[in-house]
Design a protein around this ligand. Structure first.
Ligand code: ARG
Length: 598
């Protein structure tokens, strides 16, 4: 039984004995004692006042006395403030708890079993006409953190990605490459494949706008010019050929997409994200058409005179939604229906989470209704994990103008900055070059990941590289540094031949600050659970930061290796070890690696 469970049982017993009241465990409200009062846990006594027919203060005092007498191994002291009974927990249960934390490799996590629900999480979902950018970085970090958090809460998780590999945008890159590429390849140019294709996408746009400008100068209306420019017409012809399975166009498409995937893989690897199953729109859009036709037959959708197929969602308070164009071609929504179909065929999905930017809120509102109508059992409750835009201080990202913040460049820059910042320390510690590079990778990426994940996902944000890498403050490197400091203490202990026992004796007298630190460690379980309920990686960030700060205060006030009393020294080492472990468990949920030295 946990400390909380024992107190709840104790209070139930107390009110039964004292007032003849049968209270359920739910009626016993237990909270963490507020900072300004003495105590660890607080019992709210108001629910018992009526049955007791006494003042809240009296009831609190009576229950407090009962607990100190009958639960003396847990409750050491108490005080009553209005209707709140503040309990000071004795040292032994805290030490026992610390022992438990140290013994449990998956402390704070729920087990995943055969019977666990299956949650599919989609994130990343790039288009193959350009490399990943800062927005994708936020998406990937949120998605993969969410996947780990959901799994830590006892769910089977399938991480998935839907790659938009077909459409007019890809044809633009292909066409530009044919026109101006001179057969350039990733190998011949030394460029990553996704960057190479992205460059041709930009080139297309540049030439295209030039054409539009000329047509407008010749007196054509701008809207018309945008449609009449030879380049866009040619791109459309290419798309038609693609749809007709033209071998040449398909061959080029395949070749160029392969280049892009090789590039994406590198980016994903550096970012530390992965997928269990990747879907491609070129495979799913036809399935979507089929599913829409099925819905049409069932009378869920209707056909207009021009042949187009629509869903009427006015009863749901939304508008009418196009599902198939009059020429029979599919739209974005059609593809998503097809993807859902394939996914549901492949996995017994209980819950589906889509990590997609908030500019698509309406799309997912509609998708949920459509999937529900079409009989997907998870459709109605699908989760659109909707996140806000991320920008760098120098303005909005715009890929078409070629000023996009590239994901690879950003990660490289972060790692380079971390390396630069570590130079002095590296000299002092005589860290080998190879390790220094590896530490810089962990710290640079840790800075980036933490800074992005600590912000409430729904909010727009500014990524500030300088601030993110600051060693003081609410940053990844601050937490990593504390972890490395603990690792160094533990190394020194080992060098001194000190062995930290797996189980400490529980009779050691410890201070309030120490018991509070154990209590903070214990909160990790609740934090993980709450993050799973709220889908909130930022909750984990906050917790890691608070734990780190509390440890640093403790470390400032107490000596560890310098402690003369042997059992106390072992206790503090054990406490430090548990802090390092919980920090790393938390940070690992965020995808952040911990350096053993910094
Ligand atoms: N590729 C799309 C885009 O870049 C995002 C896809 C989101 N996922 C989905 N199932 N619709 O806008």
């Amino acid at each position: 039984m946990t400390i909380e469970e024992r107190i709840i049982a104790g209070v139930q017993e107390a009110v039964k004995t004292l007032y003849g009241l049968e209270a359920t465990a739910q009626q016993v409200q237990l909270q963490k004692t507020r900072e300004e009062f003495e105590g660890h846990l607080t019992v709210v006594v108001f629910p018992f006042v009526k049955a007791a027919r006494k003042s809240p203060e009296q009831v609190g005092t009576e229950i407090g006395q009962y607990l100190t007498e009958n639960l003396s191994d847990v409750v050491a002291k108490f005080n009553v403030v209005k209707g709140f009974l503040n309990l000071v927990i004795s040292d032994a249960p805290w030490i026992a708890l610390l022992n438990d934390i140290n013994a449990n490799e998956r402390f704070g996590f729920q087990p995943v079993t055969e019977a666990s629900p299956l949650v599919m999480i989609e994130y990343s979902s790039p288009n193959t006409n350009k490399p990943l950018h800062l927005g994708h970085v936020r998406n990937n970090l949120l998605g993969s953190a969410l996947a780990r958090i959901v799994e830590a809460n006892g769910n089977k998780v399938v991480k998935t990605n839907i790659v938009n590999d077909r459409g007019i945008h890809i044809c633009k890159s292909m066409l530009a490459w044919l026109k101006w590429g001179n057969g350039e390849t990733p190998a011949s140019s030394g460029k990553k494949g996704d960057h190479l294709i992205g460059d041709y996408y930009v080139a297309f746009d540049k030439h295209y706008r030039e054409e539009v400008k000329q047509l407008v100068a010749q007196g054509m209306d701008e809207e018309k010019a945008k449609q009449e420019a030879p380049l866009i017409k040619e791109a459309h012809e290419m798309l038609v050929k693609w749809e007709q399975n033209d071998p040449e166009v398909r061959g080029l498409w395949k070749k160029m997409n392969e280049w892009v995937y090789a590039g994406f893989d590198e980016t994903y690897k550096m970012m530390g994200v992965s997928f269990d199953k990747i879907y491609y729109e070129s495979d799913t859009y036809l399935e979507g058409k089929e599913k829409v036709m099925e819905g049409l037959e069932k009378g869920l959708f209707y056909r207009r005179d021009d042949g187009s197929v629509w869903a009427d969602l006015t009863a749901e308070g939304l508008d009418e939604k196009l599902l198939l164009r009059s020429d029979g071609t599919s739209v974005y929504m059609t593809q998503d229906i097809g993807t859902a179909k394939l996914r549901f065929q492949d996995f017994p999905i209980d819950k589906m989470i889509y990590v997609v930017g908030n500019e698509q809120n309406y799309h997912f509102q509609v998708l949920s209704i459509l999937l529900d109508k079409l009989g997907f059992k998870w459709g109605k409750d699908l989760v659109h994990f909707s996140y806000g835009m991320v920008e760098l201080p120098n303005g909005k990202m715009k890929s078409r103008e070629g000023t996009v913040v590239d994901a690879d460049d950003l990660m490289d820059a972060m790692i380079a900055d971390a390396y630069e910042a570590s130079k002095e320390r590296v000299k002092q510690t005589e860290m080998p070059e190879e390790e220094a590079r590896e530490v810089a990778r962990k710290v640079g990426l840790g800075a980036l990941k933490y800074f992005i994940l600590k912000v409430d996902a729904r909010k727009n944000m500014l990524f500030n590289p300088e601030e993110s890498i600051d060693f003081n403050g609410n940053t990844g490197p601050f937490i990593q540094y504390t972890y490395a400091r603990i690792a160094s203490i533990l190394r020194k202990a080992k060098e001194q031949g000190i062995e930290i026992p797996a189980q400490l004796p529980t009779h050691i007298a410890i201070s309030t600050k120490e018991t509070e630190l154990i209590q903070k460690l214990n909160q990790f379980s609740v934090t993980v659970r709450q993050a799973g309920i709220d889908y909130s990686p930022s909750g984990i960030c906050n917790y890691c930061y608070e734990l780190t700060k509390e440890f640093n205060q403790f470390y400032h006030d107490f000596t560890i290796l310098g402690e003369q009393q042997e059992d106390l020294k072992l206790f503090r080492l054990s406490l430090a070890k548990a802090v390092a472990k919980v920090i790393s468990l938390g940070m690992r949920l965020l995808g952040i690696e911990m350096p053993e030295r910094m």
